[in-house]
Write a protein that binds this ligand. Structure first.
Ligand SMILES: *[C@@H]1O[C@H](CO)[C@@H](O)[C@H](O)[C@H]1NC(C)=O
Ligand SMILES: *[C@@H]1O[C@H](CO)[C@@H](O)[C@H](O)[C@H]1NC(C)=O
Length: 222
């Protein structure tokens, strides 16, 4: 699976550097493969060493909350578009400018809601309850403060890049850690895939609904 992530990422980077696409913002949802600090800000109780060197030592020279000694693929994506590294949502300060995007990814996050794991008595294994749906809720909260007029919103979101994932790997990890069989893991695949598709759809619908109030006002005023 890691291999596929890497190949996928390399393909993306290739197309980024060779295309003329220009994005002005990136919104990212996911887990440790792209978390730039949310898990650490939330306390990192399940994995406190992430807050210490050697995490971060080769590039940032201090621990940033990335599950890496340096940058992550999402950081290289930001660089490729000449954007700043994505600020973690949980570290945003009142009045902070985040027009170049926000990172909602949390290390250890699952695609499925945490309550599902608690019901199946494996909840205690979870690093975090900040599943994909929680991350989508964070985006919903934030979006109204991003732009105000229809034109601004349209222009802004047309030039925004949304990443939903990698996410879902941990849904299988936690099951594997408690000794579930490969067939049990396999049985959960459709649910995990559904959660990711749903989140993508909700995210898209939210962008549309963000523009709708302006569309309606225009209709009425016509
Ligand atoms: C996650 O949710 C469960 C059950 O809803 C709760 O008991 C637990 O304390 C939560 N964990 C965190 C880190 O918030
Ligand atoms: C889809 O996602 C939304 C928002 O997170 C949630 O309210 C809804 O219950 C989800 N539906 C399914 C089938 O998972």
């Amino acid at each position: 699976m890691k291999f596929f992530h890497l190949v996928f990422a390399l393909c993306l980077l290739r197309s980024v550097s060779t295309s003329h696409l220009k994005y002005h913002a990136i919104f990212n949802f996911g887990d440790s493969l792209s978390d730039t600090g949310n898990f650490l800000v939330s306390g990192a109780l399940a994995f406190p060493v992430i807050g210490k060197l050697p995490y971060g030592e080769t590039f940032f020279r201090h621990a940033t909350g990335r599950c890496s000694d340096g940058r992550l693929v999402i950081d290289f994506m930001a660089e490729a578009f000449r954007l700043p590294y994505l600020p973690p949502y949980l570290a945003l300060k009142e009045g902070q400018n985040f027009k170049h995007g926000v990172n909602f990814a949390v290390a250890g996050a699952t695609a499925l809601r945490s309550v599902i794991f608690y019901k199946q008595k494996i909840g205690s294994r979870l690093w975090t309850n900040d599943s994909l749906s929680v991350q989508i809720d964070w985006f919903k909260k934030l979006k109204s403060s991003i732009c105000s007029t229809r034109k601004d919103c349209e222009t802004y979101f047309k030039k925004s890049l949304f990443f939903v994932g990698e996410i879902g790997g941990n849904d299988y990890n936690y099951r594997a850690f408690v000794g579930e069989s490969i067939n049990q893991l396999r049985a959960s695949v459709p649910l995990v895939v559904k959660a990711i598709t749903n989140a993508t759809r909700v995210c898209y619908a939210n962008l549309q609904s963000l523009l709708e109030p302006f569309l309606n006002t225009q209709e009425i005023s016509k």
